[in-house]
Design a protein around this ligand. Structure first.
Ligand code: 5GP
Ligand code: ZN
Length: 112
């Protein structure tokens, strides 16, 4: 499959791994928008949040378990933000569902 993040999971494209388990892979974003910016993905290809169903939602739970674990391991006790961009209007540029974990700066709200 011609998917950038599937290739990253397979090791065909190099990435800086932050966390990995049976279901989830996390790596540093190539263009960080905060001092701490990690992308968390399910290893299984899901296109976007619009494709979440009862068949694959356990993988999204695994992503959020990884969020908490990565936050603990990296001392993000001051807080963080998780962002999922979905579809064209949502600003999604890679068609494999992913969650941005942003931290170590004060993040504006609303995001604009
Ligand atoms: P989106 O805009 O789809 O929500 O987020 C895609 C993210 O993937 C962007 O923040 C972008 O910087 C990141 N990204 C795109 N290509 C690569 C890559 O080859 N390696 C890494 N580590 N991140 C990438
Ligand atoms: Zn994929």
């Amino acid at each position: 499959m011609d998917c950038l993040f599937c290739k990253i999971v397979a090791g065909e494209i190099p990435s800086k791994k932050v966390y990995e388990n049976e279901w989830v892979y996390a790596f540093e974003d190539i263009a960080p928008q905060a001092p701490f910016h990690v992308i968390i993905i399910p290893k299984e290809h899901i296109v976007s949040a619009a494709e979440i169903s009862s068949k694959n939602s356990h993988l999204i739970a695994k992503v959020y378990e990884a969020v908490a674990q990565i936050a603990k391991e990296n001392g993000l006790e001051n807080g963080f933000r998780v962002v999922n961009n979905c579809g064209a209007d949502g600003g999604q540029t890679v068609g494999h569902i992913h969650f941005h974990l942003l931290a170590r700066r004060n993040l504006a709200w609303p995001p604009g």
